[in-house]
Design a protein around this ligand. Structure first.
Ligand code: FAD
Length: 417
């Protein structure tokens, strides 16, 4: 059997895997990436947040991504029953990157993986991790299988598991835990968006509230293709008859904001379904490994937090792996688990507040306080670690208190009018 030896084995060539691989490689350690699929491959998660630019920058990916001419993204627009709430990242409270991209992930992820290869990092495609043995000194031997059925063993001093929905280490070692969020389903496709100019600005994501708990993403790409996806409870989708495409077209027809633009739209691929994507584990690290990106916890697509949490967790993990390989002590709980959970928990409050209607009250309030709007904008831009922002520091209470104040003000105004 083929034997390979490296300092760090990275599982998965998604954004989380490639960011970690590049940063660790730049520090002078040998890295190998193994990836189950052949790239380019489809994956959902097309709207980025400005915060992730920090990780892409440190990984040395920005120039390559810029050269692809992806659609720039400057904000997020929320639409409900004809009301519009626009957030522009230029207004965000936290200093830092205030724009990013909307990307077809097949091309984006391949760009990052190609950059890794240009840096001299071997990326082995169509190579699936099937087993791992960890030893007391934190080293490991990973068995991988190639598409021809042959296998190899990779000895590593440390493993970064960035396997996304594959959840390699949690699955192999039975670490998976169910998420506290209720199951949701998405039905989505790429569309040839010929009537784009009639209702949309391509430079931001549009989120349409269709009915309570059901929403739509509209993510235009620079190619003229637009990603259009519906998210709701599995039961909501059961209220429609027909196959996935018939349901998808019926949903378009039933949403006034979308119907005219997307009626009879040409689809690039038949609508796809994803369901019950939220899961987590108790610990994002262990003897000889760290979990990054979606393998830690993926919440919900509503605020496009996935790639940002993936790349920022990976950036952080890479720094700690480097520290460890240099023989320094790492307190994984304090230095890794806590910061990752800070980000995840802040987004969790926003996700919960979205589905329980709290954010509806805030987004569509008639009178907006610009300072507060800018603080919420910062969260929507991914700055969920800036605890100088009261809407990060007190994420749970701050949103509830604000929504109650708006409701009270509206009630008093109605009484006096
Ligand atoms: C409906 C929906 C919509 C979303 N929309 C957005 C959005 O707009 N913006 C956003 O930021 N995020 C979004 N997300 C989340 C986004 O998909 C993920 O958060 C993101 O892809 C995570 O990146 P990653 O690198 O951790 O994992 P991935 O991108 O999934 O990459 C992991 C890689 O590991 C490989 N792998 C898996 N198993 C193995 C194995 N055994 N051996 C070797 N390799 C393996 C996989 O093939 C894959 O290429 C959405 C998610 C859903 C469900």
């Amino acid at each position: 059997m083929k034997q390979i030896s490296v300092d760090v084995l990275v599982i998965g060539a998604g954004p989380s895997g490639t960011v970690a691989a590049s940063i660790i490689n730049k520090a002078g350690f040998s890295v190998a990436v193994v990836e189950k699929m052949k790239f380019p491959r489809f994956v959902i998660g097309e709207s980025l947040l400005p915060k992730c630019m920090e990780a892409l920058d440190e990984a040395g990916f920005l120039d390559a991504v810029k050269s692809k001419g992806f659609q720039q993204k400057f904000g997020a627009k929320f639409v409900k029953n004809g009301k519009i709430c626009d957030y522009f990242f230029a207004d965000q409270y936290t200093p830092g990157w205030n724009w990013t991209w909307q990307v077809p992930r097949a091309e984006f992820d391949k760009t990052l993986a190609d950059e890794c290869e240009k840096m001299g990092i071997p990326v082995s495609y169509e190579t699936t991790v099937t087993g791992i043995r960890f030893f007391d000194d934190e080293s490991s031997v990973t068995t991988v299988q190639y598409t021809d059925g042959s296998t190899a063993e990779i000895t590593a001093r440390f493993i970064v598991d960035g396997s996304g929905y594959g959840r390699v280490i949690p699955r192999l070692f039975n670490l998976d835990r169910p998420s506290t969020l209720p199951p949701r389903k998405a039905l989505f496709a790429h569309t040839v968006d010929k009537k784009r100019s009639m209702s949309d600005e391509p430079n931001r994501i549009t989120i349409v509230t269709h009915k309570p708990g059901v929403w739509v993403w509209v993510i235009p790409f620079s190619t003229g293709i637009t990603s259009l996806g519906f998210v709701g409870t599995p039961d909501f989708f059961k209220t429609f008859d027909g196959n996935d495409e018939q349901v998808y077209r019926a949903l378009i027809e039933s949403e006034p904001y979308l119907a005219e633009r997307f009626r009879d739209v040409e689809l690039v691929f038949s609508p796809r379904v994803l369901e019950s994507w939220s899961s987590t584990t108790d610990k994002f690290y262990g003897n000889g490994f760290v979990l990054t990106g979606n393998v830690t916890e993926f919440l919900d697509p509503i605020f496009s937090s996935g790639v940002t949490l993936a790349t920022i967790s990976s950036q952080n993990a890479a720094h700690l792996v480097i520290k460890k390989l240099k023989g320094e002590n790492v307190n994984w709980e304090k230095e890794y688990m806590e910061p990752v959970m800070q980000g995840v928990n802040t987004f969790r409050s926003y996700v919960t507040s979205w589905y329980d209607g709290t954010l509806d009250t805030i987004f569509f309030a008639e009178k907006q306080v610009p300072e507060i709007k800018n603080m919420i904008c910062s969260v929507l831009a991914g700055y969920v670690w800036d605890t100088t922002n009261p809407y990060v520091k007190n994420h749970i209470q701050a949103l509830q208190v604000l929504a109650r104040k708006i409701e009270y003000r509206d009630m008093m105004e109605k009484k006096t009018s």
